[in-house]
Ligand binder design. Structure first.
Ligand SMILES: Cc1ncc(COP(=O)(O)O)c(C=O)c1O
Length: 391
């Protein structure tokens, strides 16, 4: 696709170029010119089982030839099964399905506000943190603190406030100023530069939220579903939320989001309060059962931890050689390399050499391969990355 094709057909929201991608298998993508790419972006943390996974393809054919869509006026077996699995493997009691991470956060904010109203009409404020990312529609965008996402789209929804990440004193000051319905955070901020939450900070937020009837929401859209080496990122800290939002890998490549909640925070939600035409679609849920079944299967998460550790170690070895690398952060297979130089340039160089990486804020380059990545794949990726750094 040339730049002029792009300008001709698309709203100018993505800066992309190059030949269209036509095929994927395992860790690799192939473009229309036949060029092969080692995929260390996984469609922005979506393709957890790699491309064209045989179990996904089998289920896609089976469910696709059986039932594709019925709306939420009726229920389907795959929807029930996926909800059952999510509840079985998490803190939650109830699930709401939608189509994306943004939608999951919108719904969670609505549910939290409805729940908090029982305490006071003014208890509608929402707190989020510096460098967070929660999505692009108005509620989720208002929760996203980074101003450049707001620019040109103001005014944001009233009642949203931002506190400095991992700074308890400043956070408490803001929390004490308004009646909050919810605190929303990513236990591992991904888009914002791969920033892991501090365990003590998280514990204090948990305690404060419980004491003040505030719904604690963890956005695990990018860091959940095994990405960090545990099924849910919150498990690293031994602290569970009242609601958790999911999407990305959940539908095995088909749009699917979910809000997993404790009973208490959604008791007041009634038919008609919230809804979706496509959310929890039978195909997406059938694939979700395959993805969750694989990730919770024997040895899968241990492998994510092992390969994540190996990748961290290999990147750390590069840090010793290249002063341009300032820091390596993250958990499991969500790692960020912060560079002092031109991160976008390094990502572009890697793409030229057949490696796909993704840039995050603060000059950080994200490594988030499919969770099936092997040490051999990592060796290949690190070699290409090293070459790009030396250039
Ligand atoms: C943590 C987090 N929340 C929400 C979203 C928005 O998800 P979606 O693009 O599926 O709407 C993203 C997307 O990158 C994300 O990383």
């Amino acid at each position: 696709m040339t730049k002029s094709d792009y300008n001709k057909y698309f709203v100018n929201t993505f800066s992309r170029s190059g030949s269209p991608i036509v095929k994927g298998k395992g860790m690799y993508l192939i473009d229309a010119s036949g060029k092969k790419f080692l995929d260390f972006g996984a469609g922005i943390a979506v393709s957890a089982l790699g491309h064209a996974d045989s179990l996904i393809v089998k289920e896609l054919k089976k469910q696709g030839s059986n039932l594709l869509h019925i709306s939420n006026l009726y229920i389907t077996p795959s929807q029930i099964e996926l909800a059952r699995l999510l509840i079985k493997h998490s803190f939650g009691d109830k699930v709401f399905f939608c189509n994306s991470g943004t939608e999951a956060n919108e719904g969670a904010i609505k549910f939290a506000r409805k729940w908090a109203r029982q305490y006071s009409d003014k208890k509608y404020h929402i707190l989020s943190f510096s460098d967070c990312f929660h999505g692009r529609t108005y509620g989720a965008l208002s929760a996203t603190s980074q101003e450049h996402y707001h620019h040109g789209f103001e005014p944001m929804v009233p009642g949203f406030h931002y506190a400095p990440w991992n700074n308890l004193k400043a956070t408490r000051t803001i929390l004490d100023q308004h009646e909050f319905a919810a605190i929303i955070l990513e236990p591992l901020q991904a888009e914002g530069g791969v920033n892991v939450v501090d365990g003590e900070f998280l514990r204090s937020l948990r305690d404060y939220a419980r004491e003040h009837h505030i719904c604690l929401i963890f956005d695990e859209v990018q860091c959940g579903m095994g990405r960090t080496g545990k099924l849910w990122c919150y498990e690293h800290f031994g602290i569970a939320p009242d609601m958790m939002t999911l999407a990305k890998p959940l539908g095995g490549g088909i749009p699917l989001g979910a809000i997993v909640c404790r009973d208490a925070v959604v008791e007041g939600v009634m038919p008609g309060d919230h809804g979706t035409t496509f959310g929890g679609n039978p195909l997406a849920c059938a694939l979700g059962c395959v993805v969750l079944g694989q990730i919770t299967g024997k040895g899968f998460l241990k492998n994510v931890r092992d390969t994540g550790k190996y990748l961290f170690q290999e990147l750390t070895a590069l840090k010793k050689k290249f002063p341009v690398i300032e820091e390596i952060r993250g958990l499991g297979l969500l790692l960020g390399v912060r560079v002092s130089g031109d991160a976008a340039g390094i990502v572009a160089k890697c793409k030229e050499s057949g490696l796909l990486l993704i840039k995050a804020e603060h000059n950080t380059i994200r490594f988030l391969p499919p969770l099936i990545v092997t040490r051999k794949d990592i060796d290949r990726a690190v070699k290409i990355f090293e070459k790009a750094l030396s250039q």
